[in-house]
Design a binder for this molecule. Structure first.
Ligand code: ADP
Length: 334
């Protein structure tokens, strides 16, 4: 998955580069900076001394020394005052500059802490939004796997309003013995529309054609595999393959596998990621999922959260993943 939010200690990440939320001296400090220097060992400080510091919003690279990561990219986030001192632009620049450096060194994987969100005081939900916006923009043009590492659960907050809305939606829909009215009504409606042709001749003719057409299309689609339906939908939506897999937060290699194997069975999260990317309705999403042997259910929080976003017409996979993360659910993508 090109962008993943994980809960971890960044010094433990096995990636090509980890990013350090450093200060301008680059000579170590508290928080994540202290943790990285402790884990990397003295060699890191020795190399940092040669760099001549770093300006806010810029980034410099060193070796990883005793860390599992090959490189450390040191960037200096802004100190947050009131949000009106250009803090956002500087924070965006930290992510952009770090990603550019990683790309220049040929990194395929990189892990970021939530820069500025500790001692520097940037509100955590806004800091996360900046991170997601810049990284997802970068990933539209570049191939890389990027992790946002959240150290402690308390550090992670989606907006109160979104959290409450989703929690209410789960409360309203999360039931074990509940009738699924939508599915029920589809089931009940089916025989009515099929027999509607018998009322009047006019009606009959009109209905028969439409029922036949509908049946014809449906029969043709019965044998359609997940992969075939996915490719058909991409065409119908006028998207390119790359637009679709990038928006789905799926990497190119996985997409190629799906494209070349018509019997490919994706995981449920991958299938949903494509439904989100294609902005499918709830019904179309269920169709696509069925092709892969899955369904959305009301006895599953994950499914209800997906349903919440689709019903609101919000197809931003990164926002959906933030919410899934906040509710301790698996994330969408590969
Ligand atoms: P800043 O000075 O840029 O605010 P901090 O180190 O104080 O930097 O905090 C940045 C973020 O890094 C905070 O959200 C903090 O919880 C987090 N953090 C601290 N230690 C670690 C660690 N070992 N791994 C990942 N994140 C960490």
């Amino acid at each position: 998955m090109p962008l993943e939010i994980v809960r971890n200690d960044i010094t433990k990440m096995k990636v090509d580069a980890i990013v350090n939320a450093a200060n301008q001296s680059l000579l170590g400090g508290g928080g994540v900076d202290g943790a990285i220097h402790r884990a990397a060992g003295k060699g890191l400080l020795t190399e940092c001394r040669t760099l001549g510091g770093c300006k806010t919003g810029e980034a410099k690279i060193t070796g990883g020394y005793n860390l599992p990561a090959k490189y450390v990219i040191h960037t200096v986030g802004p100190v947050y005052k009131d949000g009106k001192q250009g803090e956002k632009a500087l924070l965006e620049s930290c992510y952009r500059e770090s990603l550019a450096l990683a790309k220049k060194r040929g990194c395929e994987t990189i892990a970021f802490p939530l820069i500025s969100s500790g001692v520097y005081g940037y509100p955590k939900d806004q800091a996360l939004k900046v991170a997601i916006d810049v990284i997802s923009g970068f990933l539209l043009e570049n191939e890389m796997t990027v992790y946002i590492v959240i150290f402690d659960k308390a550090a992670y907050k989606i907006s109160e309003k979104l959290f409450t809305d989703i929690a209410e939606f789960i409360d309203d829909n999360y039931v074990d013995t509940h009738t699924d009215y939508r599915r029920e009504s589809i089931r009940l409606c089916a025989p009515f529309s099929a027999s509607a042709g018998s009322f009047t001749a006019d009606h009959c003719e009109y209905k028969e054609i439409s029922v036949e057409d509908d049946l014809d299309t449906r029969i043709k689609q019965i044998d359609e595999s997940f992969s075939q339906m996915l490719l058909r939908k991409i065409d119908e939506k006028g998207m390119t393959d790359a637009q679709c897999y990038k928006k789905a937060n799926i990497d190119r290699k996985l997409f190629s596998k799906i494209r070349s194997d018509i019997h490919y069975k994706p995981s449920k999260t991958t299938a949903i990621a494509f439904a989100i990317s294609l902005e499918l309705s709830l019904e179309e999403t269920e169709d696509l999922l069925r092709k892969a042997g899955f369904a959305l259910s009301h006895s599953n929080k994950f499914d209800i959260i997906i349903e919440y976003f689709i019903s609101k017409g919000n197809y931003n996979i990164f926002e959906i993943n933030e919410a899934l993360f906040a509710f301790d659910q698996s994330l969408l993508g590969a």
